[in-house]
Design a protein around this ligand. Structure first.
Ligand SMILES: [Zn+2]
Length: 192
């Protein structure tokens, strides 16, 4: 199991050291990335909870549908920082416009897409049933696709289709010559 490997690193670092001195070792970078993801997911989940709380009329999570999620996404657009040109704007389709224009700012498609992914996971981690997950609703998927197409045309950017390939079980590169071998563990301190 992976956790055993991490435990080893962790217990070594308890040898009077701090966790920071292992931050450059391979194997720990992914865990810091994932904790950033976890933090972001928690913040997103709280934001959505706050949104439900302030919703008029009041909205319980259990009654939340894909339509409410869309409402939430449109609400977030007012805080967006991504210029999305309208078709009548002379900069429509320009990735780097040379001058300002009055087109609206929106949430970038990539942010929304990632946000929905985190909320979808958080919903189920907080006891929601997968079949009732409003963040996985078809309407939400269609909306995101629409936003992606619209923004890609308006901003002159093509979003690469991400292949949802799972990472291979072993990410050890075949060329290991540049990687120094790990130092042998001479004296393992027993950690209680
Ligand atoms: Zn514009």
């Amino acid at each position: 199991m992976d956790s055993i490997g991490e435990m080893d690193i962790f217990s070594n670092s308890q040898n009077g050291g701090t966790l920071t001195n292992v931050s450059h070792n391979s194997g720990t970078s992914s865990s810091s990335t994932s904790s950033r993801y976890e933090n972001q997911k928690r913040r997103d989940w709280n934001t959505f909870g706050q949104y439900l709380k302030n919703h008029r009329p009041p909205l319980a999570l259990s009654r939340c549908s894909g339509a409410h999620v869309l409402e939430f996404l449109r609400y977030l657009d007012q805080f967006g920082k991504t210029k999305v040109h309208t078709p009548i704007c002379p900069f429509y389709g320009h990735p780097n416009p040379p001058a300002p224009c009055p087109c609206p700012l929106r949430q970038a498609w990539g942010s929304l897409d990632a946000l929905i992914g985190r909320l979808r996971a958080a919903f189920e981690e907080n006891g929601g049933k997968p079949e009732a997950n409003p963040f996985g609703a078809r309407a939400v998927r269609l909306y995101l696709r629409e936003v992606r197409d619209l923004q890609s045309k308006a901003r002159g950017i093509s979003y690469e289709k991400k292949k949802r390939k799972r990472p291979p079980p072993q990410q050890i590169p075949s060329l290991q010559l540049q990687v120094p071998p790990p130092p042998p563990v001479i004296n393992k301190l027993k950690v209680r």
